[in-house]
Design a protein around this ligand. Structure first.
Ligand SMILES: Cc1ncc(COP(=O)(O)O)c(C=O)c1O
Length: 406
């Protein structure tokens, strides 16, 4: 009998489907190809271009022959730029062997989890969360312990919930401020009680994702736990990257600072996966981190105006409500008020997924349902797109919502 040649997929992939966001993007693209007039508010990347001086640095690097493998987890020049950034902006002083660079913050997270998780190890993830956190943990055989964070608490994790979730198997807590998808940010007053809890549990490490550090509004003061609580420094990994602040998502360059032993272990993982990050992107990242920062502030102000546009427009729609987020470029709006209503075709909108599907099929707008981020019934609007598109999209959302029958 011939051997079975059916593709065998690894068990660890069984519960990690294609992400809801990709599915929506694919469906939106398919509808557009068929001629549908659809506005897509799903993008997790700035609509701006990478600043010229950064592109220029990359071109110079190519001309100078910086086209070969570099040191595994970042060239010495990039590591110096990362060290300067942490010291200048976050009051964090790292040695060169305490920083690392990868092909995006996503790879930084993967390296850290791969280097530290054994089967059954638990990772606490406050919801709503960036889907990648839970999927990476699952792929590696760990157990994501998802803690719902309520809108009344500003979508922030509370010390009580954290304390109650810690077990002897807890390896990590993942915090993300400002957050994708809620835009919620933690100030010192929000972090302190959580750090107090962690001080009582020495086996628990803290992974902090500061990716949206520079997209913060209304004078909200950015802080990062390793700077706030030096006693946790030896078990905190502080992650950041150039994707969002400098509109460099395609360059794939993320970085982190943390204890030397962890950084070394992460480099071992990376050595067998991608070797070093792209040499040209490393040169571009140096220009981004060391270069002028005014463009980052100017773009942040544009994002703030768009945030207000979207929040105000959604709050004007009966049945929808949106918290005004402190940062990032997402609004996480509640659709609890319209659950149970019916479409003209008789379909009951019984979940955020049904609402998002309805908006896409009959409203001409693509958004991501909150269930994709572990907290329903919400939907995420990315406002990383032009004012004109946002105004029209909000008008369509209002109209489609008002068409629903009570
Ligand atoms: C919270 C958060 N962290 C990290 C990333 C990924 O960043 P990178 O492009 O550096 O992999 C994203 C991208 O959407 C994100 O939303």
């Amino acid at each position: 009998m011939a051997a079975d040649s059916t593709l065998h997929l690894a068990h660890c992939l069984a519960s990690v489907g294609v992400s809801e966001i990709l599915k929506i993007t694919e469906r939106a693209n398919a509808l557009r190809r068929q001629g549908a007039d659809l506005l897509v508010l799903g993008a997790g990347e700035p609509d701006f271009d990478t600043p010229e001086h950064i592109k220029e640095a990359a071109i110079q690097a190519i001309r100078a022959g910086q086209t070969k493998y570099t040191v595994l987890d970042g060239s010495p020049a990039l590591k110096e730029a990362i060290r300067r950034k942490f010291a200048r902006e976050n009051d964090l002083v790292f040695a060169q062997d305490e920083v690392t660079a990868s092909a995006g913050a996503k790879q930084v997270i993967f390296n850290a989890m791969m280097a530290t998780l054994d089967a059954g190890d638990e990772v606490i993830i406050p919801a709503p969360f960036w889907v990648t956190y839970a999927d990476i943990v699952t792929i590696l055989g760990g157990t994501p312990v998802v803690l719902p964070c309520h809108e009344e608490d500003g979508f922030r994790l509370t010390a009580e919930a954290l304390e109650a979730a810690i077990t002897p198997r807890t390896r990590w807590v993942m915090l993300n401020s400002p957050s994708n998808p809620s835009g919620a940010a933690y100030g010192e007053v929000h972090y302190r009680p959580l750090l107090e809890v962690l001080l009582r549990h020495p086996q628990v490490w803290l992974m902090v994702d500061d990716m949206y550090e520079h997209i913060l509004y209304d004078g909200f003061c950015f802080v990062t736990p390793a700077a706030l609580e030096p006693r946790l420094r030896e078990r905190t990994l502080t992650i950041n990257g150039v994707s969002k602040a400098y509109a460099m998502t395609g360059w794939r360059l993320g970085y982190a600072g943390g204890p030397k032993a962890l950084i070394q272990a992460m480099a071992s993982v990376q050595s067998q996966v991608t070797s070093c990050p792209c040499s040209v992107s490393q040169a571009a990242a140096i220009a981004a981190l060391d270069g002028p920062q005014d463009i980052v502030r100017e773009r942040c102000e544009l994002f703030r105006q768009r945030r207000d546009l979207v929040v105000d427009a959604l709050n004007a729609v009966p049945g929808l409500s949106a918290r005004r987020p402190e940062g990032a470029f997402y609004v996480y709006a509640s659709c609890a008020g319209i659950l149970g209503r019916r479409t003209l075709g008789g379909e009951v909108i019984d979940s955020d997924t049904a609402f998002a599907r309805y908006l896409m099929d009959e409203g001409g707008v693509a958004v991501v349902p909150g269930s994709a981020f572990g907290l329903a019934p919400y939907f995420r609007v990315s406002y990383a797109t032009s004012r004109e598109v946002l105004e029209e999209a909000c008008r369509r959302i209002a109209e489609a919502t008002q068409r629903l029958l009570a």
